[in-house]
Design a protein around this ligand. Structure first.
Ligand code: ARG
Ligand code: ZN
Length: 467
């Protein structure tokens, strides 16, 4: 599912434009096709994702062998061509690719950096569906500390793997269109040594099947998902399942080192999900929950349906943050990484709303505390343009959240909360831009808000507050 329009997405390799009536040039192009671009068109991440096609579904049939740290299997990518495709790329980091086929026929392929280029035996016609299968195996090599991002992707741990891929670490465990602008549904069939638990997104399709000392877990995510939100977390886990008081299925799991947190994680995640459903609109997915693994990632990640907490005891605030992301980030995903405040500013503001709802600090008080720190670094980083080398800067979180608070005060509570619900409803399972949000805010409030968003999102200096 493609969030970008195809013209921008394939700008690197636009089809030669034929003059009207120039039937020959057109049919020549149709015959030979055009290569899909090596990037989906995000200027800050030029080789992330790919052009020329739109993925609908990933079927990942994988096995992991902890002693050798080897991940192997087959990824089947079901996609639709958005141009006449002579060849196309998938993002994949590391591994040995043993075989690639397109619609069941062996295809030639080449590799360069993190690009796997597939040459289908015949041109794939614009709008037609096709299936690519990639057989691959190897030792996953997670992305390490590209600037301030820490380690992410498929990270082997002592009892399995910690799998959190934001922003572009999905390519460290499966070949795909690794950019949030192309969301898809997922099947995960993962085989591990018996005794190891596999935790993926969505729902288990049945009890794990064990034979010959190995267990296979089948998980399915039926709602569109950005690649960075996909997970197959592996290890020893205690699991608690059930429903939230509001009736949403729940799955919570903790590494044995965090066993004492399982009930807190379960109860808090349930309570928060139910509350957010009343504030942000109906919960968008088939279940909610969370996972605490014993790996000190230094962050949490809003993996779809099952946020992951990396080696720490999450407090209620961070659980409120990660579960708010189920609406802001997961159901509604960024089209370009520079608009990341649409995820992080909203999830941060959700933390303030949670405190306010529970008799803690009001959002106004939290806002004033940050606003009064006149020389804080957030006043030098405009949050509306998340910088590629510093994507998760505090400003994207805090000043992003402050932007929403200023908006709330300007348009009033009634319009503000209606705006949040209209936003999540109109763009459910889709991709969004800051411009979409500004337009909707102006529409629902009936007033121009360009000055507010400009000062708070795009100007480097601390905005004045007119009282
Ligand atoms: N989206 C996460 C959160 O704020 C942060 C992920 C950080 N990713 C990373 N590779 N450091 O909830
Ligand atoms: Zn966040």
């Amino acid at each position: 599912l493609l969030g970008l329009n195809a013209c921008t997405a394939s700008s690197g390799a636009a089809a030669p434009s034929a003059a009207p009536g120039d039937g020959n040039a057109q049919s020549a192009e149709a015959k030979s096709g055009t290569p899909g671009a090596a990037g989906i068109g995000d200027p800050d991440f030029p080789t992330d994702g790919n052009g020329g096609y739109d993925v609908g579904h990933y079927a990942l049939k994988l096995a992991y062998d902890p002693p050798t740290k080897t991940l192997s299997g087959t990824a089947t990518v079901t996609a639709q061509a958005v141009q006449n495709l002579s060849r196309f790329n998938l993002d994949l980091h590391g591994f040995t690719v043993r075989r690639v086929s397109v619609d069941g026929k062996a295809a030639k392929f080449t590799r360069e950096g993190d690009e796997l280029t597939v040459n289908p035996p015949a041109v794939i016609r614009r709008s037609s569906g096709f299936k690519v299968t990639v057989d691959y195996a190897g030792k996953p090599d997670p992305v390490r500390n590209s600037s301030n991002l820490g380690t992410y992707g498929f990270i082997p741990t002592k009892d399995g793997a910690f799998v959190t891929s934001e922003p572009n670490g999905a390519k460290t465990w499966f070949p795909g269109n690794d950019h949030p602008a192309d969301k898809a549904t997922f099947d995960f069939d993962v085989t591990v040594p018996a005794g190891t638990t596999v935790i993926a997104n969505g729902e288990l399709r049945g009890a794990p099947v064990t034979s010959g000392g190995r267990s296979t877990f089948a998980w399915r995510e039926t709602h569109p998902m950005a690649t960075y939100l996909a997970t197959i977390t592996l290890g020893k886990f205690d699991v608690r399942t059930g429903r939230t008081p509001g009736g949403i299925p729940m799955y919570a799991a903790t590494d044995p080192a965090f066993r004492h947190n399982l009930d807190f994680l379960y109860t808090t995640s349930a309570k928060v999900t139910d509350y957010w459903s009343t504030v942000f609109g109906p919960y968008p997915f088939s279940s909610t929950g969370g996972v605490i693994d014993d790996f000190s990632a230094g962050y949490a990640l809003e993996n779809q349906t099952k946020p992951m907490y990396g080696g720490f005891e999450p407090d209620t605030g961070i659980i409120a943050h990660e579960l708010a992301h189920q609406w802001f980030g997961d159901s509604l995903s960024v089209t370009r990484w520079k608009d990341l405040w649409l995820n992080e500013g909203f999830a941060t503001y959700a933390e303030w709303l949670w405190a306010e709802h529970n008799g803690g600090l009001t959002a106004e008080k939290t806002f004033q505390d940050y606003y009064s720190a006149k020389h804080a670094p957030i006043w030098r980083y405009p949050p509306g343009v998340a910088q590629r080398q510093d994507l998760f800067n505090t400003s994207v979180y805090l000043r992003g959240g402050m932007t929403l608070h200023v908006l709330r005060k300007r348009i009033g509570d009634e319009t503000f909360f209606k705006l949040l619900r209209t936003w999540t409803d109109q763009h459910k399972y889709g991709n969004v831009t800051t411009d979409d949000f500004i337009k909707l805010s102006e529409k629902l409030s009936g007033r121009p808000l360009g000055d507010l968003f400009d000062a708070w999102l795009y100007q480097p200096q601390r905005p004045e507050i007119s009282s």
